[in-house]
Write a protein that binds this ligand. Sequence first.
Ligand SMILES: Cc1cc2nc3c(=O)[nH]c(=O)nc-3n(C[C@H](O)[C@H](O)[C@H](O)COP(=O)(O)O)c2cc1C
Length: 203
Amino acid sequence: MARAFAKIAFTPGVQAVQTRMGSRHAYRSVDMGESEAVALTSFETEFIRSRDSFYQGTVGENGWPYVQHRGGPIGFLKVLDARTIGYADFSGNRQYISVGNLEGDARVSLFLMDYPGQRRLKIWGHARLIDKDSEPALIARLASPDYPARIERGVLITVDAFDWNCPKFITPRFTERELNALVDDGLGQPAPRRQRGGAGPHG
Ligand SMILES: Cc1cc2nc3c(=O)[nH]c(=O)nc-3n(C[C@H](O)[C@H](O)[C@H](O)COP(=O)(O)O)c2cc1C
């Protein structure tokens, strides 16, 4: 898996900086990682299904990167299989920047935060926009039944790589729901930080 991530992220320019800054040798092992095969495990799946938001980066036809926040009910980012995730895109301010970008360039980068657990997951993939009239069955799989927002389309993402980042500098923050759960628990300790997100060398 690490190799798939390195293939996308460690461009020649990035490698040159790593060489200049003396970290290239440390990351060579990532380039040479076990395999290029990409598959979300049950660990990533559980993490993705627990999110109520994520950040999505797309590329405009002028080359500018563009980041948008996506929010919804917990689990609105669905895991369909080990290589496929997706979500229902709700109608909103009608700027259509992300959609317009994806029509020109399918590459997408997702950034998923778990503030209480101090974990973050990056996902790279290719997105396909799903028309709600021509693929209703797929839209139904991407929908969150009790969420009142109107669905305009689906966004189906084939995962090309993912990478966990270290927990450093992530300030624990809690949603109202998470705070209420802590209060109901008698103000116990926040969920223990799990190692997987912090295990890698990547910042
Ligand atoms: C009435 C309304 C409801 C919205 N609901 C959601 C929502 O549930 N989730 C979300 O991520 N964005 C929501 N948005 C934000 C819009 O979808 C926003 O238009 C979209 O994120 C813009 O995408 P873009 O920057 O890629 O053009 C809403 C906006 C409006 C005006």
